[in-house]
Design a protein around this ligand. Structure first.
Ligand code: NAP
Length: 469
C-alpha cells in the first residue's frame, strides 16, 4: 500500500492543528445521475464498438498483438527499463510514415477496478446492465465518456481515469458519503479554502488516486454514480512510431520507458505493456518446458494519430538536425531507417543527431543502430550527452548544441530542417533558448533577431517539435 497509516496520521495531525471547522467549502452542484439496473448480465464491451470519439484519430482502432519485443536499457536496479515493442498491423487500416504517432488505449488494472467494486459493495451488480438518467428536478448531463447504458465493470475498466488528478469538487462530493466523522473532516478540509496548500501538497503532488482515497478513508463509500459524474475520461496515450514502413509496412514499433509516477506506481500504459511482455516471457518459458498453455498474448487497442505538427521528413537531399534525448530519439530511428532505404537511389542531405541519456553503459538506447547509420553514411554526425556519467564532455543535448553552435547555424543557413522530440516543460524550452543563443552568436545578430529567425523557421516548417507532457 503506497499511502499507509503514517500518511493518514499526517493528515489527522493537520486537522488537529487547524481549528477552522466549519471550513469554507466550494459551492457545489447537487449530484444528478440516477442509475437503474436491469436484471440481466451484459455482454457489451468496448470490442463491440462502444468507443468514445478518439483525439486526433487518423485510423480506426485496431486490436493488435505484440509480436516482438526487447529491452533496450541495461537490466540493472539503477536503470529505468526501456523497451521496444513491435505491433503486428497486418490487415489493419493503419498506413503510417516516419514521424507519425499512435494512440494506445489503456485499461485500468484489475486490481484497482476489483478493489473499487468490492469497497463499494458492487460485486452483485458489477456485470448487470445499467441505464443512466437525470434525477427528477436536477440539472446535469451524462458525461460524454460514460455510456448511458453499460455495466459498472466496463466503465471502471475502460472509460474513466482512476488515477486522474482529484478536483476539489470531487473530494467534496466524496466527503458527503463518508460516514466516519474524522475522515469526513479531513476530506472537507482538503477541498476547503483553508486547506488549499495542503490540497496541493497531499492530493496533487502526491498524485492521490481514487483507490488511495478509499484505502485512506475506508468509510468513504459514495454511490457509483458519483464516480461517473466526477471521474475524468481515460484518454489514449500517444507514442512515436520508431520504424519506417519501407522496412516493413506490417509492423508499428514503439519504444517507451516504464514511468514511475512518483508514488511507486508504474504508468498505466507502460506498466500494462511491461506486464504483457513479462507474461509473454513466462509463456515462452512454459512453452519451452512443453507446457500446454496456449501462446496467446492480449490484444492492444491502437490507432494512428493525425500528424498535426507536420513532423515529417523533408526531401531526402535536405539537411536535417535531429534532437532527441532518451526515448525522444524514437521518431528519428524511423526517419533514419527511411533514409537508409533510399540511400542507393537518392542523394541524401546531411543528417546530424543530438542524443542524450543518463549513462552510456545503461540507457544508451539504439546505440548499435546509430553506429550503423554513421558507418553507412545515413547519419553524418552523432553528438552524445551523458547526464549522469563522470568525465563526459556534455551533460545535456543543449550543451552539445551550444558547443557545435557555429556548425549548426551554418547548416541552418543552407536550409537544414530541425526536429526536436522531448518533454514540453524543460527540454523543449531549453533547446529553443540554446538555438536562439547560437543563432545570435554566429549570425552576429541581437537576441530578438535570433528569435525572429527561429520563428520564421517554425513558420516555414523547418523547426518542428514533437513535445510530450
Ligand atoms: P529520460 O531518460 O528521463 O531522460 C533522457 C535524458 O534527458 C537524460 O539524460 C536526462 O537527464 C536528460 N534530461 C533531463 N532534463 C533535461 C533537460 N531539461 N534538457 C535536456 N536533457 C534533459 O527520458 P525518457 O524517459 O526516455 O523521456 C524522454 C522525453 O522524450 C520524454 O519527455 C518523453 O515524453 C519524450 N518523448 C517520448 C516519445 C515516446 O514515444 N516514448 C517520443 C517523443 C518524445 P537527467 O534525468 O539525468 O537529468
Amino acid at each position: 500500500m503506497v499511502f499507509d497509516s503514517k500518511f493518514r496520521n499526517t493528515l489527522e495531525n493537520i486537522i488537529h492543528n487547524t481549528p477552522h471547522d466549519p471550513y469554507t467549502l466550494p459551492v457545489s452542484k447537487e449530484a444528478f445521475l440516477k442509475i437503474h439496473f436491469q436484471n440481466s448480465d451484459s455482454t457489451s464491451n468496448l470490442e463491440d464498438g462502444i468507443w468514445p470519439v478518439l483525439p486526433f484519430a487518423e485510423s480506426d482502432i485496431c486490436q493488435v498483438h505484440i509480436i516482438k519485443w526487447r529491452r533496450l536499457s541495461a537490466v540493472e536496479a539503477n536503470c529505468k527499463p526501456v523497451y521496444e515493442v513491435d505491433f503486428d498491423i497486418t490487415d489493419s487500416s493503419i498506413n503510417f510514415k516516419p514521424g507519425d504517432t499512435i494512440g494506445i488505449l489503456p485499461t485500468n488494472t484489475d486490481t484497482e477496478v476489483d478493489f473499487i467494486i468490492s469497497h463499494l459493495g458492487l460485486n452483485a451488480v458489477k456485470n448487470m446492465n445499467y441505464s443512466l438518467s437525470i434525477e427528477n428536478g436536477k440539472k446535469g448531463k451524462i458525461p460524454q465518456h460514460i455510456p448511458a447504458s453499460s455495466t459498472i465493470q466496463h466503465v471502471l475498466k475502460h472509460c474513466v481515469d482512476l488515477r486522474g488528478l482529484f478536483k476539489k469538487m470531487f473530494l467534496l462530493h466524496l466527503s458527503r458519503f463518508t460516514e466516519q466523522e474524522l475522515e469526513r473532516r479531513i476530506l472537507e478540509y482538503l477541498c476547503s479554502k483553508e486547506g488549499s496548500n495542503d490540497y496541493t501538497i497531499y492530493i496533487l503532488e502526491k498524485r492521490l488516486s481514487l483507490c488511495d482515497i478509499f484505502h485512506l478513508f475506508p468509510s468513504c463509500k459514495p454511490p457509483v454514480q458519483i464516480l461517473f459524474e466526477h471521474l475524468p475520461r481515460l484518454l489514449p496515450r500517444p507514442y512515436s512510431i520508431a520504424n519506417s514502413p519501407q522496412v516493413n509496412p506490417n509492423i508499428v514499433r514503439i519504444c517507451f520507458s516504464v514511468m514511475e509516477t512518483g508514488v511507486e506506481r508504474k504508468g498505466l500504459t507502460t506498466g500494462w505493456l511491461e506486464d504483457i511482455i513479462s507474461n509473454d516471457m513466462n509463456i515462452t518459458m512454459k512453452t519451452l518446458s512443453l507446457d500446454d498453455t496456449p501462446n496467446e498474448s492480449p490484444r492492444v487497442p491502437i490507432y494512428l494519430r493525425k500528424n498535426v505538427n507536420n513532423f515529417v521528413l523533408p526531401d531526402h537531399d535536405k539537411p536535417i538536425i535531429l534532437i532527441g534525448p532518451g526515448t525522444g530519439v524514437s521518431p528519428f530511428i524511423g526517419f533514419l531507417q527511411e533514409r537508409e532505404s533510399f540511400k542507393n537511389e537518392q542523394i541524401l542531405g546531411s543528417a546530424w543527431l543530438f542524443f542524450g541519456c543518463r549513462n552510456a553503459e545503461l540507457d544508451y538506447i539504439y546505440k548499435e543502430e546509430l553506429e550503423r547509420f554513421l558507418q553507412n553514411g545515413v547519419l553524418s554526425k552523432l553528438c552524445t550527452a551523458f547526464s549522469r556519467s563522470n568525465n563526459c564532455e556534455f551533460k545535456y543535448v543543449q550543451d552539445a548544441i551550444y558547443a557545435h553552435g557555429e556548425e549548426v547555424v551554418k547548416l541552418l543557413r543552407v536550409g537544414a530542417y530541425v526536429y526536436l522530440a522531448g518533454d514540453v516543460k524543460n527540454i523543449a524550452t531549453q533547446v529553443k533558448d540554446v538555438l536562439i543563443q547560437c543563432i545570435a552568436k554566429h549570425n552576429n545578430c541581437s537576441k530578438d533577431e535570433a528569435k525572429e529567425y527561429l520563428t520564421n523557421l517554425e513558420k516555414n516548417k523547418r523547426y518542428l517539435v514533437d513535445i510530450w507532457n
